[in-house]
Design a protein around this ligand. Structure first.
Ligand code: ATP
Length: 439
């Protein structure tokens, strides 16, 4: 098994666009690492740099103790699967999986045994003699995965490998990919923008944004203790509620979160109370997942109240939208790189070709040139989400809460919501959590 280490790896496309920005990450031998993030954040670019399909502008890549930064792809022992792994149409499933072994000149009996063993793990042992056109999308993708794995790669890379299948088939294939990776115990890096895939498959998740990694941790760590407001917003459905608040501290060092017209207090033994007790007047961002609220009859000191606008039935639960007149914050825009004017043309030493050439001949020179390119050019300005073309970071919108049953709840009526303050996440204005976490 092979471990991967990325040391401050960057990618500048065409000498002018910084797609990956100084990423450092370690993937342990045998680990299943998921790269998660919104479209365009640099996940595929990072994966392709690990595969050797994209040259590294700056930084170093290591497989165990071997410097792999400039190693040709064929010498890396890496297998890559894309969303729609193309198969040879005139070869059966067996013939497709067998192909890399034939090229390598493996003994036919041994090759057949390998293919049959792998097909069992992938659940396609009964379809091995069929041509790709007679297979379902899920079966075809299993064959593509089998073909990638049959030569026992040191590292398995998957780029959004779940094809456009119906929800049940996707879930099934996702579970099989997870089981297969555990069975084969191969170091895996898996790219997705789907947080459910990430949460269910990963040993650890690296959440990317605008070419950088914002947080790395186990699924429970990044969900329960997100490092930033953006990560909190990316993990979980419904999306976390992020609210703007001012810290108020009493003469007795009690800490309150003032939401404008409503206030709640932190327990004196809450570690965030200890951090905020000298921060009277500080602006913070308070995150509360939809299940941190419970509708109550009233009388709870830590309540928010509002008007129930809408109730949605989701089968196992109801989602309620409650207008509390709070200043809500859009997680996509917290701490985003401010928009910059279009970059000027690159200085001549950092043209794409010369940068790549430098990377191949001298890491020190490549690093220096990479730094010049990075300093001269910045990422494209972040694009607001398509459905909210001009949403500012702060806006008035509803609290989204989960309720087990709709009994007693009426749209248009006032609801009182008890807040479990131990489950609040508190971030500074730039979106970083105020309490340090160690992973
Ligand atoms: P998606 O989930 O949509 O595939 P991603 O997170 O994988 O996105 P990348 O494909 O790595 O993102 O792209 C990162 C950025 O780099 C994008 O803005 C993309 O337009 C840009 N990019 C990718 N490949 C190239 C290229 N060959 N030349 C120039 N820019 C590129």
């Amino acid at each position: 098994m092979t471990g991967i280490r990325l040391d401050a790896v960057s990618k500048v496309y065409d000498g002018q666009y910084l797609a990956v920005d100084g990423v450092s990450l370690e993937v342990a031998a045998g680990e299943f690492m998921v790269l998660l993030g919104p479209s365009g954040c640099g996940k595929t670019t990072l994966l392709r740099m690990i595969a050797g399909l994209e040259e590294i502008t700056e930084g170093e890549l290591w497989f165990d103790r071997t410097r792999t930064t400039i190693l040709p792809p064929r010498d890396r022992g890496v297998a890559l699967v894309f969303q729609n792994g193309a198969l040879y149409p005139n070869r059966t499933a067996r013939g497709n999986i067998m192909f890399p072994l034939e090229i390598a000149g493996e003994d036919a009996t041994e090759a057949n045994a390998k293919v049959s063993g792998l097909a069992k793990i992938l659940g396609i042992d009964t379809t091995l003699d069929r041509l790709p056109r007679t297979l379902s999308g899920g079966q075809r993708q299993r064959v593509a995965i089998g073909r990638a794995l049959v030569r026992q790669p040191r590292i398995f890379l998957m780029d959004e490998p779940l094809p456009n299948l119906d929800a049940t088939m996707r879930t099934e294939l996702r579970q099989e990919i997870g089981a297969m990776a555990r069975d084969l115990n191969v170091t895996t890096v898996y790219v997705t923008h789907d947080q459910i895939e990430a949460l269910t498959l990963a040993d650890r998740i690296a959440i990317m944004r605008e070419g950088r990694i914002e947080d790395v941790g186990t699924p429970a760590q990044v969900y329960n203790d997100p490092a930033t407001a953006f990560v909190a917003g990316f993990m979980g459905s419904p999306r976390i509620n992020l609210m703007s608040a001012t810290v108020r501290v009493t003469d007795h060092h009690r800490v309150f979160l003032d939401f404008g017209i409503q206030t709640i207090s932190l327990s004196p033994i809450d570690r965030r109370s200890l951090i905020l007790r000298h921060n009277d007047g500080r602006q913070v961002i308070v995150g509360a997942r939809s299940d941190a609220f419970t509708p109550v009859a009233g009388g709870d000191a830590n309540e928010l109240s509002g008007t129930l606008r809408t109730l949605e039935f989701h089968g196992h639960q109801w989602i309620a939208f409650v207008h509390c007149d709070l200043e809500m914050i859009n997680p996509d825009l917290v701490g985003a790189v401010p928009a910059r004017p279009t970059a000027p043309p690159p200085p001549s030493p950092a043209s794409g070709t010369r940068t790549r050439h430098a990377a191949a001949s001298s890491p020190a020179l490549a690093s220096a040139l990479g730094a010049i390119v990075k300093a001269a050019f910045r990422r494209r300005p972040p694009q607001p989400p398509a459905e909210e073309p001009s949403t500012p970071a702060h806006r008035r919108s509803d609290l989204v809460i989960e309720v087990g049953a709709a009994d007693g709840l009426q749209t248009g009526a006032t609801v009182r919501l008890s807040v479990d303050t131990s489950r609040l996440h508190i971030f500074d204005e730039s979106g970083r959590r105020i309490d340090r976490i160690t992973r």
